[in-house]
Design a protein around this ligand. Structure first.
Ligand code: SAH
Length: 559
């Protein structure tokens, strides 16, 4: 669980503004940690993420494996998580920290490094952590949570081992475990129990292991796949090759392969199945005979996979939603957290922040869309994790189409762009956010239209509005008006009025989901262009759209 694949960044959960100061001090020391604030008590700008219900939020963080640093009484945390504590194997670290930063109590996640996190937080607050784990107190070092680059073979076996030591047994260390050098373990050269640091698995001739021993595997094996290896079930092929050599699956540090069109998806899946990173190299980075398409290299010490070749770059085009953090999807949030490079129009990039110091932010002008898309591919081709942000949904009058257009037009010159793992993450589009605020004006058939004639002739726009009017569709207008397009909105409404009664409800949403949000409901007859600007969404009803109280809706039935 620990190490490179467990990438959930910690959540610092606060219940009120009084805890913000301590939360920020912790955030500065815990890479990637985000402050989650109770929406009703913490100002939206002070927290990275807002939540409404403490118990429900804590449980959802816990089950998604997110480390939790809760700035409140331990009892509150325990009661909130009580219902989901059965599965001890999968628990993330959970800590309670006193609001004033005077105490840090690791509560859960002994196997996933809670004490390490407690020590980090305690160091940032200049206090001593309240470590309660008997094995760790006694031996100064948690034997069951080895450092990055090492993996514990079997937790149950580990627990038996620690109980043995606590009961007075001695131990010896077989292999190289530098982090245990100064640990006050009860050592004896002839001890019955041993700590084995070995890439080889139990039941192999290479390592003489007994069931009571503690086995820790250094991640020191590289598996290189040549052309013959990139076929069929790649993960299984690697497992078999390792088994034949007596190597434990957990000793694998990385899957290494050449860049080959068409095989990247299968390689990515195989690396995922094996729980290791995929690294791409033009040539095999070590000397070893290959059998059945797989060559294995066993190093003496853990291998830093990230120093080998390069990663398969990723390019994620994501939608931020209309603006507020609570309308940003968790998938988009995760992509932002994992990004190394963030590209987008300045306003949207600011909306997506704040970013960490290790993240590169590239702000551009709103009109340079194709150029931005090409730049994103270039960065991703170097193996970087790149995101391009749009407001709302990236596929609605936004960057997703520009990115695919760049890929399409760059086909001949940029074969490497196709090796990039491309993903589009949806967002809540302005028409949907506005519709929800007003009720359900999009409750029946509707269309979305952009009134911008920057990229399409005005005549096409007129024709589409006329057809939509005739088809009695609800119409959601994006880009209704700008300084450069002063008369178009009035002309568009003139066409709409040829097909709709003056009483037709019209929803105007301005800056929905952003500070200063404004929603108004008018009639088509009263609609004038001075009510509308570039930050407004205009939804014009169909012949059946109606109001009830302050709500607007379009019934599901049709006359
Ligand atoms: N991809 C975006 C749309 C980009 S076009 C989306 O899916 O929402 C930009 C237009 O969207 C603006 O001119 C405005 O009409 C509308 N818009 C974007 N964000 C908005 C918001 N928060 N409130 C109201 N309208 C918005």
């Amino acid at each position: 669980m620990a190490g490179m694949t467990g990438r959930n960044t910690p959540a610092i959960v606060v219940l009120g503004s009084a805890a913000l100061d301590t939360a920020r001090r912790i955030q500065a020391h815990v890479p990637g940690a985000r402050i989650h604030g109770l929406a009703s008590r913490v100002d939206a700008h002070s927290a990275d993420i807002a939540y409404d219900d403490f118990g429900a939020h804590l449980r959802s963080l816990y089950v998604s494996g997110t480390p939790v640093i809760a700035l409140c009484a331990a009892g509150i945390v325990i009661r909130a998580l009580a219902t989901c504590l059965a599965d001890k194997g999968a628990e993330p670290p959970v800590l309670a920290v006193a609001q004033d930063g005077s105490a840090v109590v690791p509560l859960l996640g002994g196997m996933s490094g809670v004490n390490v996190l407690a020590r980090e937080i305690a160091a940032s607050l200049h206090i001593a952590p309240a470590i309660t784990t008997s094995g760790e107190l006694r031996f100064g070092q948690c034997l069951l949570a080895p450092p990055e680059g090492y993996a514990l073979a079997d937790i149950e076996q580990g627990k038996r081992f620690v109980s043995g030591l606590l009961a007075g047994e001695t131990t010896r260390i077989e292999g190289h475990a530098p982090w245990l050098d100064d640990a006050p373990l009860p050592r004896a050269a002839d001890a019955r129990l041993a700590v084995h640091i070995t890439p080889y698995g139990a039941g192999t001739a290479t390592a003489a292991l007994t069931p009571d021993d503690l086995v820790i595997h250094p991640r020191c094996v590289l598996a290189w796949l040549d052309d013959a290896g990139i076929e069929g079930d790649i993960a299984e092929r690697v497992r078999v090759a390792m088994r034949e050599r007596g190597l434990a699956p957990l000793a694998l540090a990385a899957l290494v392969a050449p860049v080959r069109q068409g095989s990247l998806e299968a390689l990515t899946e195989a690396a995922h199945a094996l729980g290791v990173p995929l690294r791409l190299c033009d040539a095999r980075p070590f000397d070893a005979a290959s059998s059945n398409g797989v060559a294995l290299h066993v190093a003496d010490t853990p291998v830093d996979a990230l120093a080998i070749g390069r990663a398969r770059g990723t390019l994620t085009v994501l939608g931020l939603g209309p603006g507020s953090a609570d309308l940003l999807t968790p998938a988009a949030r995760r992509a932002l957290d994992e990004a190394q490079d963030v590209l987008g129009y300045e306003t949207y990039v600011r909306m997506a922040g704040p970013f960490r110091d290790d993240q590169c932010v590239h702000m551009t002008d709103n009109r340079e869309e194709l150029q931005r898309a090409r730049r994103a591919f270039e960065l991703a081709s170097e193996g970087r994790r790149v995101v391009v942000v749009s407001s709302g949904d990236p596929g609605v009058f936004a960057m997703a189409a520009a990115v695919l257009e760049a890929l399409d037009t760059g086909r001949a010159d940029h074969a490497d762009w196709h090796a990039v793992k491309l993903a589009i993450v949806p967002g809540v589009s302005a028409s949907l956010a506005t519709s929800a605020r007003a009720g359900a004006p999009l409750g029946h058939d509707f269309c979305v239209l952009s009134l911008s004639d920057n990229l399409k002739p005005w005549s096409v726009i007129e024709k589409r509005i006329a057809h939509a009017g005739e088809a009695d569709l609800v119409m959601a207008f994006y880009n209704p008006l700008s300084k450069a397009r002063p008369w178009q909105f009035d002309r568009a409404m003139e066409i709409v009025r040829q097909h709709r009664r003056a009483e037709t409800p019209v929803v105007l949403g301005r800056d929905i989901g952003r500070p200063g949000e404004r929603l108004s409901i008018v009639t088509l007859g009263a609609l004038t262009s001075d009510l509308v600007d570039m930050r407004t969404m205009v939804i014009v009803g169909s012949s059946t759209t109606r109001t009830v109280g302050n709500w607007v809706y379009t019934p599901r039935w049709y006359a």
